[in-house]
Design a protein around this ligand. Structure first.
Ligand SMILES: Cc1cc2nc3c(=O)[nH]c(=O)nc-3n(C[C@H](O)[C@H](O)[C@H](O)COP(=O)(O)OP(=O)(O)OC[C@H]3O[C@@H](n4cnc5c(N)ncnc54)[C@H](O)[C@@H]3O)c2cc1C
Length: 411
C-alpha cells in the first residue's frame, strides 16, 4: 500500500498563509490577550480581548482561511486528514490559533454532528452561526457521579412528556460552557431502560443554553486555573424541557452519533499538541543560546545537547505516527484506523508534555511562571490525557488489536 503524507500544491500555499498569520499577527498578541483575563468580569471578554480575537478572525475570514476542518465537505477546502494535520499543527502553536480559523474544539465536533444529523431547522438556528464563528457551543457527556470514560454509564435522564423531553441530572467538565458566546449544548442523555441493549440506551439532544432549569454550578479548575472565560463548567439540569424535535437522529442513537461525531476530529488535539511541542522546543533552543551560566551558554552545559536532540527526535516520531493515523482515516476504513488513532492519542500528549517539561527546566523559574506560555501549555496538554479519553482506555484498544492477531478468542 502506498502511504503518502504529501500536500497538494494549492493547499501548501494556504498553509503558508496560515503560518504567516499565526507567527506574525496572532503570536505577538497572545501575551496581551492572556493578561486581559480577569481584569473585568472573568466570564466575559474584555473590550481589548474581543478586539484582538475578532480582529484576527475577521482577517482570516476575509482571506478565506476559515473552517479548514470541514475536510469531507464542499463547504470547506476539502483537505484530506493528512493535509489538515499540518494546518492543525500550526494552529496548536498559540492558544488563539484554532479559534482564529474557526477550527476550535468542541465546536468542530458539534458542527459535524449538526451537519450530519441535524434537521434543517437546527442547521439554520445553530449550524449557520457556528460556521460563521458568531456563537460557540459545548458538548455535555461527562457526569460527576459515574465513570464517564465508559459512556454507557451516562445517566442524565431524558423522559418524554407530550411534545417535550424533560431532562434531569448533572454534567461536569463541559468545556466552553463558561463562554458568554456559548449558546447551545449537544447533550448525551439516557432515554432507554436497563432492558434495552447497552449501546441503544442513550441519545443526543440539542439543548439551547438559555433553557430554564439549567444552572451553572461552578467552573472546574485545572491545576488551580478556571480557564476563564472558556471554562469547564459543572452544570445542573432540573426539569429542563426541550422540544422533541431537538432529539438528534432518534432515541437510542447516541452511540451511533458519538462514533460519527469526531470523524477526522478524533485526532485534532493530537495534531495541535505536536505544534505545542514544536513551539516549546523552539523556545527552549533560543533560551539555551541566549543565556549563560558558569561561563557557558546553557546549551553547552550538562546534558542539554542530548535533551534538545531527544526532543527533536521524539517530535519527529510523534508527527509521523500522527500522519500515519491521519492517512488511515483518509482510507475510510474506521476499523483499520482505530488502533492508530489510539496510539497517537497516547503518544502525542506524552511527547508534548515531555518537550514542554524540558523547556520549563531550561527556563528555570521563569518556566513555571506567568512570564512564559510554557506553564499553561503544560497544564493544557496534561488534561488531554483525560479529556481526549484516558490513556489507559487508548492503550487497552492498542493492546486488544495487537492480541487479536494471535487469537480467535475475545480479548
Ligand atoms: C480539561 C478537561 C476538559 C474536558 N472537556 C470535556 C467536555 O467538553 N465534555 C465532556 O463531556 N467531557 C469533558 N471532559 C471529561 C473527560 O472526557 C473525562 O474526564 C474522561 O472521559 C474520563 O472520565 P472520568 O473523569 O469520569 O474518569 P473515569 O471514567 O472515572 O476514569 C478514571 C480513570 O480510570 C482508569 N480507567 C478507566 N477506564 C479504563 C480502562 N478501560 N482500562 C484501564 N483503566 C481505565 C483511567 O486511569 C481513568 O483515567 C474534560 C475533562 C477535562 C480534564
Amino acid at each position: 500500500m502506498n502511504m503518502s503524507f504529501t500536500m497538494r500544491a494549492e493547499n501548501a500555499k494556504l498553509l503558508e498563509r496560515v503560518r504567516d498569520l499565526i507567527r506574525n499577527e496572532a503570536m505577538p498578541l497572545e501575551e496581551e490577550y492572556q493578561r486581559e483575563v480577569g481584569t473585568g468580569d472573568r466570564w466575559a471578554y474584555t473590550e481589548r480581548q474581543t478586539e484582538i480575537l475578532e480582529g484576527l478572525k475577521a482577517k482570516a475570514k476575509a482571506e478565506g482561511l476559515w473552517n479548514f476542518w470541514l475536510t469531507d465537505s464542499d463547504k470547506g477546502f476539502g483537505l484530506s486528514t493528512v493535509e489538515y494535520a499540518y494546518f492543525a499543527e500550526e494552529m496548536g502553536k498559540t492558544p488563539l490559533g484554532a479559534e482564529i480559523f474557526n477550527c476550535s474544539a468542541p465546536d468542530t465536533g458539534n458542527m459535524e454532528v449538526l451537519e450530519r444529523y441535524g434537521t434543517e431547522a437546527m442547521k439554520q438556528e445553530w449550524l449557520k452561526p457556528l460556521l460563521a464563528g458568531e456563537i460557540r457551543s459545548a458538548y455535555l457527556m461527562t457526569e460527576p457521579d459515574v465513570a464517564s470514560s465508559d459512556a454507557t454509564n451516562v445517566s442524565m435522564s431524558c423522559v418524554r412528556d407530550g411534545d417535550h423531553y424533560v431532562l434531569n441530572g448533572e454534567k461536569w467538565w463541559s468545556s466552553g460552557a463558561g463562554d458568554p458566546r456559548c449558546k447551545v449544548y449537544i447533550t448525551m442523555v439516557k432515554t432507554g431502560g436497563d432492558d434495552t441493549p447497552k449501546h441503544q440506551r442513550h441519545s443526543m439532544i440539542v439543548v439551547p443554553a438559555e433553557t430554564p432549569g439549567i444552572e451553572i454550578l461552578r467552573a472546574m479548575e485545572v491545576y488551580g486555573h478556571d480557564d476563564a472565560p472558556h471554562g469547564h463548567m459543572h452544570i445542573r439540569f432540573t426539569n429542563v424541557r426541550v422540544p422533541v424535535e431537538n432529539l438528534l437522529l432518534g432515541e437510542g442513537k447516541g452511540f451511533e452519533i458519538a462514533q460519527g461525531r469526531l470523524g477526522p476530529g478524533r485526532i485534532h488535539h493530537c495534531m495541535r499538541a505536536i505544534g505545542q511541542a514544536e513551539i516549546a522546543l523552539e523556545q527552549m533552543c533560543k533560551r539555551a543560546l541566549d543565556r549563560e551560566a558558569f561561563g557557558k551558554k546553557l546549551a553547552q552545559l550538562g546534558a542539554n545537547y542530548d535533551i534538545i536532540a531527544e526532543c527533536r527526535m521524539e517530535i519527529e516520531m510523534a508527527r509521523l505516527l500522527c500522519l500515519k493515523a491521519a492517512w488511515y482515516m483518509d482510507q475510510g476504513d474506521a476499523r483499520a484506523a482505530a488502533p492508530w488513532i489510539s496510539q497517537i492519542k497516547v503518544v502525542a500528549p506524552r511527547t508534548a508534555l515531555k518537550v514542554i517539561d524540558e523547556a520549563v527546566q531550561m527556563f528555570g523559574g521563569a518556566g513555571v511562571s506567568q512570564d512564559t506560555p510554557l506553564a499553561t501549555a503544560w497544564t493544557h496538554v496534561r488534561t488531554l490525557r483525560l479529556a481526549d479519553g484516558p490513556d489507559a482506555v487508548h492503550r487497552r484498544q492498542v493492546a486488544r488489536s495487537e492480541l487479536k492477531k494471535y487469537t480467535q478468542e475475545k480479548v
